[in-house]
Design a protein around this ligand. Structure first.
Ligand code: ADP
Ligand code: F6P
Length: 324
């Protein structure tokens, strides 16, 4: 029989993402309407271990849906990767009367949720990461805001780059995943899009294409480089030396992770937050909310973590074809 749920906690973990506040708001308001108490756990699993736990009412999440970042704060917590840390976390939940936790974050945060569920604390995950790198879902909260922020920044770099007839290497976020680079590469009409999943480090091919484009009168060359490839500044020096074309590197960095969430991020976060609240209140555990083929669904965390996500071959081939 499903465990009776009287009180749940909600936390955000890993890298923050625009829309996390909309998800917290939905969890709080839906759980309370279901007759369940809600506690906010500050700074992810670190805050749980430090017992940074606050009561949350519906009014505590007003005026938050439009804000970037996370009102609960987030952290990375190595202690929670250990079994002792997880047992301590479960004990603290019991002490505070927390029957289950909704965890908003990426794959790493799901592993923490999986561990807590094994310790008898019900858990539900919500995909919150700008990287879009969670295999079980076609959408992760924060991605839309991040790509639009990056796209607008790249347009601006392109203006000055074209005016000076320069080559620009623009580094976007994505340590292990190239989705931001792929989407911006296509949307910004980049000449080269370097993804950690695909790039073969054949710099000569890029150099040849810059030289060839110049011969045919092209005055700019935009290279979108995912953070996972790295070395944008040294790559710029090498390309300039090899082509004779002035080349500059711009690293967009953390500005991509902040800012007011787009309508899409607020909407997905609101529905996913409400969905997570509903299933945790029903006594479900070790599950993650996802969006698949136009529907909001949930998966077992073990199953979700075993899935692999790969760059779509057709999308990648089109991105290459349109860039030259
Ligand atoms: P994300 O959730 O965005 O993927 P991280 O990979 O940094 O971010 O994970 C966030 C936090 O989740 C970690 O700091 C840690 O506290 C917890 N976590 C990650 N991996 C595990 C694991 N294998 N077991 C338990 N907790 C984990
Ligand atoms: O939030 C995702 C992400 O931005 C990745 O693209 C990147 O690898 C990582 O977080 C960097 O975050 P931090 O510097 O906070 O560890």
């Amino acid at each position: 029989m499903a465990k009776e749920i009287k009180t749940i906690g909600v936390l955000t973990s890993g890298g923050d993402a625009p829309g996390m506040n909309a998800a917290i708001r939905a969890v709080v308001r839906k759980a309370i309407s279901n007759g369940v108490n809600v506690k906010g756990i500050k700074k992810g699993y670190q805050g749980l271990l430090n017992e940074e736990i606050i009561d949350m009412q519906k009014k505590d999440v007003s005026d938050t849906i439009q804000r970037g970042g996370t009102i609960l704060g987030t952290a990375r917590c190595m202690e929670f990767v250990t079994e002792e840390g997880q047992a301590k976390g479960a004990e603290i939940c019991r002490k505070h009367g927390i029957d289950g936790i909704v965890v908003i974050g990426g794959d790493g945060s799901y592993r923490g949720a999986q561990a807590l569920s094994k310790q008898g604390i019900n858990t539900i995950g919500i995909p919150g990461t700008i990287d879009l790198d969670i295999a079980c879902t076609d959408y992760t909260i924060g991605f839309d805001t991040a790509i639009n922020t990056a796209m607008q920044a790249i347009d601006r770099v392109r203006d000055t780059s074209s005016s000076h007839e320069r080559c620009s290497i623009i580094e976007v976020m994505g340590r292990n995943a190239g989705y931001i680079a792929l989407w911006c590469g296509v949307a910004n009409g980049a000449e080269d899009i370097l993804l950690p999943e695909k790039y073969d480090y054949n710099e000569q091919e890029i150099i040849n294409s810059i030289i060839n484009n110049r011969k045919h009168g092209k005055t700019h060359h935009i290279i979108i480089n995912a953070e996972g490839i790295g070395h944008s500044t040294s790559m710029a020096r090498r390309i300039e030396a090899a082509t004779g074309v002035e080349t500059r590197a711009t690293i967009l960095g953390y500005m991509q992770r902040g800012g007011n969430p787009t309508c899409k991020d607020r909407f997905y976060a609101s529905i996913m937050g409400a969905y997570a609240a509903d299933i945790i209140c029903q006594g479900k555990t070790n599950r993650v909310v996802a969006h698949q083929a136009g529907q909001f669904v949930d998966y077992d965390i073990d199953e979700a973590l075993a899935m692999k996500k790969e760059i779509d071959e057709y999308e990648y081939s089109v991105s290459r074809l349109l860039s030259r």
